[in-house]
Design a protein around this ligand. Sequence first.
Ligand code: GUN
Length: 292
Amino acid sequence: MTSQCLAGAAVRDAVFADLRARCAATGLRPGLAVILVGDDPASQVYVRSKGKACESLGFHSETHRLPADAAEPELLALVARLNRDPAIHGILVQVPLPSHLSAARVQAAVDPAKDVDGFHPENLGRLLAGAPGFVPCTPLGVSVLLAHYGIDVAGRHVAIVGRSVIVGRPLAMLLSRKGDGGDATVTLCHSRTPDLAAVTSACGIVVAALGAPAFLDRRHVARGAVVVDVGINRIDDPEAPKGQRLVGDVAPEALDGWASAYTPVPGGIGVMTIAMLMRNTYEAAAGRGARA
Ligand code: GUN
């Protein structure tokens, strides 16, 4: 079977071109503040990519780095200051945070109108209710990528593997809502789902978002299904230039030559997450929460 590779770069380029045109037309200069606590190597890479994306779009961007032992009141004071800063339209607190800090408390302290990550309880509630608000970037990226490639989820049965608040649960809300980009029947699978392969192989679209390298294989994916691989896992590889490489949650055997279409890792949903962060930041600057 010839499989279509659903590359994120083409979609990102289209999103960026649209954002550049909208900035030129409105004269808006969106501003994004990213807070990074500690020195988690993966987070450092993500934060650098977010800064570069802002730079390429002409957005204002600030990165606030706090030591791994920063106290929560210090972090909350920084969030409060950024909430008041008129040059900052979007605030993102990179997770995971060190274990002595409560991500939920910090995310709830971000002004919902600047919550471009969509993790504030108000925005998560809006998504659940079908009201306008910021949608978390990775699920939004999945939805926009599928739409870009003409893959309509309406009436399809979608298995989402992984129930995180960042990806699985908001994605289930997006794909099952009424109307454009929605109307799918969604089964949200997780580590306690009995016979996972029986569930996922009965679905025409499988989204892997559990964070376990090459966990899903051909037993989990029906031949000709669409596979969206959200996983970004670093594994040791002595052959790789840096001794490590990135792999998704789906084994290669279930992708090229097996699926009808699939997102690559890297170069698939990871690219979309950053593109959607930029879109949400623009929408924040324009004074409204984005919708898919
Ligand atoms: N860590 C991994 N992905 C994300 C994301 O989308 N937002 C934030 N804040 N942290 C992350």
